[in-house]
Write a protein that binds this ligand. Structure first.
Ligand code: ADP
Ligand code: MG
Length: 399
C-alpha cells in the first residue's frame, strides 16, 4: 500500500484550515455540523463550504447527513494533518513506500529535506479491534468516533516519549525525532525483523543481548510487553534494535510479573525453535517448545531471570515519562484499551483455530524489502507559507 499524499501538494492553506476545523469539531461532535466547521474555520464569505467539498472529494473527510449535514475526519484526513505539520516543521519533505504494517500501525519511509531516509509510524488504534470491541463491550459504548483519534494520539505520544527516554539511557532503539497527532518520526533501522532471520552466526550472543534488554528494562522500571521476534530488528552485523513501545508498562503494574515472564518466554521459545538454542542448563525437548531444566541452579529452577530479583534499582524511566506530558491517566486509558483489545483477540483466536501453530501465520508484518536496490521513490512535499503559525492552537487538539 502506498499512502497517497499527492493531493497534499495541491491543497490550499484554506482547505487545510477547514480540515483542521473538522478535527477540532470532532472533540465534541461525532459528526461535525457543516455550519460549525464554517464557524471554526472563520473564513470570509462562506469560503469554508467550497473547501468542504474539495476535502470530501479527496476522501479526507466523510459526509454524513443521517441526522444533520456534517463531516468527520477520515484516517487519510488525519494523516494529512500530521504529515503537513511534519513538513511545515521542516522535518520531512517526501513520503515513500510502506515498510511495515502492524496490527495497529502503518509505517512509511519518509525523506528529510537533507535527504536522509527515516521512518514515520502512523498509529491506528482501533483500526481492527476497536470496532469489534465497541459492539460488545460496555466500557466504550459512550465513546464517539473521536476515540480513535484520541487513542492513536496517546499511543504516538507514549511511543515517542519512551523511545526518547530509552535512547537517552543507552538502549538500542531508533532515535525519536518528533511526533504529531498519531505520528512518530524516527530514524530508520537497518536490517530486518528477527522473525525474518533464518540464521545467526552467534545465537548465544544474540540471546544474551536480547535477554539482557528485558532485564535492563526491568531495572529501569519498565516492561516492554510485546518483546518478540517482530519487534527486534537485526542488521547485517547482527546488531539488535528494539522497536514498538506503545504497550509498555511499569514494573508497578498489577500484572507486571506476568508480562515480564511472558516477554522472557517469547525469547526462550523463539530462540529454541528458530535457532535451536537454549542457554546452558536448559534443554529443549524435541517437538515442543517447553524448556526443561537440567541443573536447577536458579531459584525458580527454570533458567528464567527472576522478576523480583531484577526489577528496579536503576533510575525509573516511568518518572521521566511523566515529565514528557504523558500522564498516569493517559497510561490508564491506553492500557485499558490495549488489555481489552488483547482479550478480544484471544477470544476470537480460540474460536477460529485451535490448530497447531505454524511459523507462517505469525507473520503479522509484511515482508520488508530493505535491500539497496528496492526502488526508492518519494512523493515530494513542499508547503506554501507556514500554516503552523496560524493554527498553532490546533497542533494539539486535545489541549
Ligand atoms: P506495530 O506496533 O504495528 O507492530 P512496529 O513499530 O512493530 O508496529 O512496526 C511494524 C514493522 O515496521 C516492524 O516489524 C518493522 O518491520 C517496521 N519498522 C518499524 N519501525 C521501523 C524503523 N524505525 N525502521 C525500520 N523498520 C521499521
Ligand atoms: Mg510490532
Amino acid at each position: 500500500m502506498k499512502l497517497d499524499v499527492n493531493a497534499l501538494r495541491y491543497l490550499t492553506k484554506d482547505e487545510f484550515r477547514v480540515l483542521t476545523a473538522v478535527e477540532m469539531g470532532m472533540k465534541n461532535h461525532e459528526i461535525v455540523p457543516a455550519e460549525l466547521v464554517d464557524r471554526i474555520a472563520g473564513l470570509k464569505h462562506g469560503g469554508a463550504y467550497k473547501n468542504m467539498k474539495t476535502l470530501l472529494r479527496h476522501k479526507l473527510t466523510h459526509h454524513d447527513s443521517s441526522k444533520y449535514d456534517g463531516f468527520r475526519l477520515t484516517n487519510l484526513g488525519y494523516d494529512y494533518l500530521a504529515i503537513r505539520t511534519m513538513v511545515s516543521r521542516g522535518l520531512i519533505s517526501g513520503v515513500g513506500r510502506q515498510i511495515g504494517v502492524g496490527k495497529e500501525s502503518d509505517i512509511f519511509e519518509v525523506v528529510t529535506p537533507e535527504g536522509e531516509t527515516m521512518a514515520l509510524k502512523l498509529h491506528r488504534l482501533g483500526r481492527t479491534s476497536f470496532r469489534a470491541v465497541k459492539s460488545k463491550r460496555d466500557y466504550l459504548k459512550h465513546r464517539n468516533s473521536y476515540s480513535w483519534l484520541y487513542l492513536s494520539r496517546l499511543a504516538a505520544l507514549k511511543e515517542y516519549a519512551f523511545m526518547k527516554a530509552l535512547g537517552e539511557h543507552g538502549f538500542p532503539v531508533p532515535r525519536a525525532v518528533d511526533w504529531n497527532r498519531h505520528c512518530v518520526l524516527m530514524t530508520l533501522v537497518k536490517g530486518f525483523p528477527m522473525v525474518q532471520v533464518k540464521q545467526l552466526s552467534d545465537p548465544p550472543k544474540a540471546f544474551d543481548t536480547v535477554l539482557g534488554l528485558i532485564t535492563r528494562l526491568a531495572q529501569h522500571g519498565l516492561i516492554h510487553c510485546d518483546f518478540n521476534e517482530f519487534n527486534l530488528m537485526v542488521d547485517d552485523d547482527e546488531n539488535i534494535t528494539m522497536i514498538d513501545f506503545p504497550q509498555m508498562v511499569s514494573i508497578t503494574h498489577r500484572n507486571a510479573e506476568m508480562y515480564f515472564d511472558r516477554d522472557v518466554e517469547c525469547i526462550f521459545k523463539f530462540f529454541g525453535k528458530r535457532f535451536n538454542y537454549s542457554p546452558p542448563g536448559i534443554k529443549i525437548s524435541k517437538g515442543t517448545s517447553e524448556a526443561e531444566n537440567l541443573d536447577g541452579d536458579d531459584e525458580e529452577g527454570d533458567g528464567r531471570p527472576d522478576f523480583e530479583a531484577v526489577a528496579g534499582g536503576e533510575e525509573s524511566l516511568d518518572k521521566v515519562l511523566e515529565a514528557s506530558g504523558f500522564t498516569r491517566k493517559d497510561q490508564e486509558v491506553l492500557e485499558q484499551f490495549i488489555e481489552k483489545a488483547e482479550g478480544e483477540e484471544e477470544l476470537s483466536e480460540e474460536e477460529e483455530d485451535s490448530e497447531e501453530e505454524d511459523d507462517s501465520e505469525q507473520l503479522q508484518t509484511e515482508t520488508t524489502d530493505n535491500s539497496p536496490d528496492a526502488v526508492e521513490s518519494f512523493t515530494k512535499l513542499t508547503i506554501d507559507g507556514n500554516l503552523d503559525d496560524e493554527i498553532d492552537s490546533t497542533r494539539d487538539p486535545q489541549s
